[in-house]
Design a protein around this ligand. Structure first.
Ligand code: COA
Length: 162
């Protein structure tokens, strides 16, 4: 499997929307309007993972250094547990760190065992429980990670063999 990580562009939108709808339950998945809004906000960055011509994952972040916020991280079910989420997150943390982000923040549903395991594996710690954060009285964990302060070298997105 040869995965390319690159910045998203406008024509990726339908694929991003479809993937997000598949990755999250109704109420948690973004509507088209919300996804468009978050993609176009100042400080937003979206990286996509491409296998051949297919978008198989993406990460959407927002930054206001020294804070960075992971809005969502989505990997197609068919492509999970192959390191794609890790590739996207590492590339994103590297980019944000390069631009002065020192603390990463995110929210994930208490019921999202895979998500929580993934974030903990990458050094994110549970900071708080946000009551009724999602529709249907679903609580969320707020999770945080302090990025290393050493000088970051902006990596060039490109082909990764995984
Ligand atoms: C969470 C998610 C992004 C992980 O993506 P992925 O590409 O499968 O993750 P990786 O292959 O890089 O996994 C890295 C490590 O995270 C942990 N992990 C990932 N998925 C896991 C699972 N289902 N159960 C337990 N641990 C898991 C493991 O430690 C894994 O390493 P390993 O495979 O060597 O054991 C993916 O499952 C997904 O898109 N889920 C739906 C959307 C979502 O919940 N996003 C996160 C909340 S915003």
């Amino acid at each position: 499997m040869s995965i390319t990580i690159r910045q998203s562009d406008a024509k990726d939108f339908p694929a991003l929307f479809r993937l997000d709808q598949k990755c999250f339950a109704p109420g948690i998945a973004y509507s088209k309007t919300m996804l468009k809004h978050f993609l176009s906000r100042a400080g937003a960055e979206c990286l996509v993972a491409v296998d051949g011509k297919e978008i198989v994952g993406f990460i959407l972040t927002e930054e206001n250094p020294p804070l960075g916020h992971v809005m969502t991280l989505d990997v197609a079910e068919s492509h999970r547990r192959r390191g794609i989420g890790t590739l996207l997150l590492c590339e994103s943390e590297n980019n944000l760190g390069f631009r002065g982000v020192r603390t990463m923040l995110l929210e994930t549903a208490l019921t999202n065992d895979a998500g929580v395991a993934f974030w903990q594996q990458h050094g994110y710690r549970i900071e708080a429980v946000l009551k009724n954060y999602y529709p249907g009285h679903l609580d969320a964990y707020e999770m945080r990670k302090r990025l290393a302060v050493e000088a970051k070298i902006k990596s060039q997105p490109g082909l990764k063999e995984i």
